[in-house]
Design a protein around this ligand. Structure first.
Ligand code: UD1
Length: 421
């Protein structure tokens, strides 16, 4: 297990390139199960979660080929079993994304039931209820979801009780090969859902309304392979911009997609950042000034993303003034707060809100990462601290941030990875 060592106090300066979006790449790779033709996925980020998804497809018998440009071809014509084992599902909840495609194309699937995780209980009842409404019989036995369809799934009008990103993606994939029309109401509008829909359409699916809260899918008999470029990662983009704002720096992020970041850019401007937004780049300049505290509330897209609140908590910790951050998507996403307080932050939790009173400076300390985005927030806290910070359990960060220490080093940060024996 590695840890990160950070010597804080440097303002980030320079340019970096943004990787492909993890949360888009995972469902797109799962979509490879929907066709017997090869699907080539380009702009894949180099992340542990992507390796886990490829491993999962591999253990079902899907062939994976990597070309010299690191594009990955998945070929499900060789699929041998329809089982997603617990050993992989427990390391990555997004493994549930194979359920819809497997059931729709092969009429059966066995997927380990994902457990709770550090940020909440995270059930998958919306996924299974919608598949049942499409005619599947589903039971949970020995910790596995066992799903079966008698012939093709049937299109249905589905109202999702709550907005779920992977739930919408799972059902959208299942509906592409179902008989008749499926309408998903109260669908997730996240850009990654739109990216998946665009890939499925290129594979021959008949989908409309993606990006709105009503998605209409007319089932087709079969899908074909294609080549698809994953959209840039908006959460990675936002994380580097927040790190630059917190350290009073000046950076440019390239190969990104600014329209997907509107709510985040809005908050950065409120924090005092000067932004220059290009077609596929964002330049942020704090002109050496201390950020101002911001208040925000997370909610499904296009509102402020839950995956960015922990990073803003780190910014608020050293900002001028008091900011409040309310989390409405997950029930337990404030684990980073206690670690930041150990670094001298002044943060208190009141129900699903954290109140952050900015202090002049944080002090480095050994801290422990608890989940992916919490790890990113602790790195930002380390970058704005006096002295040294060590962040333990960084396997969380390797799940979602490609080469984070190299990218931060190229922006001038003093950060290195140390193996722990
Ligand atoms: C996805 C993202 C994750 C992000 C989250 C919210 C991927 C791979 N992950 O996760 O980074 O933080 O969206 O934007 O895309 N819920 C239920 N029943 C269900 C499904 C969800 O109660 O069947 C609840 C969850 O517990 C949570 C809320 O709905 O409280 C939203 O979760 P959801 O959108 O499903 O998150 P994920 O798709 O798992």
């Amino acid at each position: 297990m590695d840890r990160l060592l950070i010597s804080g106090g440097v303002s980030l300066e320079g340019e970096i390139r943004i990787a492909g979006a993890k949360n888009s790449a995972l469902p797109v790779l799962a979509a490879g199960l929907l066709t017997r033709e090869p699907l080539t996925v380009c702009n894949l980020p180099h992340l542990v979660d992507i390796t886990t998804m490829l491993q999962l497809l591999g253990c079902m018998g899907v062939q994976r080929t990597v070309d010299e440009k690191m594009n990955v071809q998945v070929d499900a014509s060789t699929i041998g079993n329809l089982n997603a084992p617990y050993e992989l599902v427990r390391t990555m909840r997004a493994s549930i994304l194979v359920l819809g495609p497997l059931l729709s194309r092969y009429g059966e699937a066995e997927v380990a039931l994902p457990g709770g995780c550090a940020i909440g209980s995270r059930p998958v009842n919306q996924h299974t209820a919608a598949l049942r409404a499409m005619g599947a019989s589903i039971s949970v036995e020995n910790g596995y979801i066992r799903a079966r369809a008698d012939g093709r799934l049937k299109g249905a009008r589905l109202f999702m009780d709550l907005v779920t990103v992977t739930g919408t993606e799972n059902i959208m994939m299942a509906a592409t090969l179902a008989e008749g029309q499926t309408i998903i109401e109260n669908a997730a509008r996240e850009p990654e859902v739109v990216d998946l829909a665009n890939c499925l359409k290129r594979m021959g699916a008949d989908i409309s309304g993606h990006g709105s809260d009503t998605i209409v899918i007319n089932g087709v008999d079969e899908l074909r392979g294609c080549r698809y470029d994953i959209m840039p990662d908006r959460i990675e983009t936002g994380t580097y911009l927040i790190a630059a704002a917190a350290t009073r720096g000046h950076i440019k992020v390239k190969d990104t997609e600014p329209p997907a970041l509107e709510s985040v850019l809005n908050k950065l401007e409120q924090a005092g950042a000067a932004l220059r937004v290009g077609k596929d780049s964002i330049e942020l300049d704090m002109r050496g000034r201390r950020p101002k505290a911001v208040s925000l509330r997370t909610a499904p897209y296009p509102a402020f993303p839950t995956d960015m609140q922990a990073q803003f908590t780190a910014l608020n910790a050293v900002a001028a003034g008091t900011g409040s951050i309310t989390e409405t998507v997950f029930e337990n996403r404030f684990m980073h707060v206690h670690e930041m307080n150990r670094m001298g932050a002044n943060i208190r939790v009141e129900g699903n809100t954290v109140i952050v009173e900015g202090v002049d400076q944080l002090n480095g300390a050994p801290v422990m990462a608890t989940d992916l985005r919490a790890s990113a927030s602790l790195i930002i806290a380390g970058l704005v601290s006096r002295n040294e910070t060590t962040v333990d359990r960084i396997y969380h960060i390797d799940r979602g941030y490609e080469c984070i220490e190299e990218k931060l080093q190229s922006l001038g940060a003093r950060i290195s990875r140390m193996p722990v024996r």
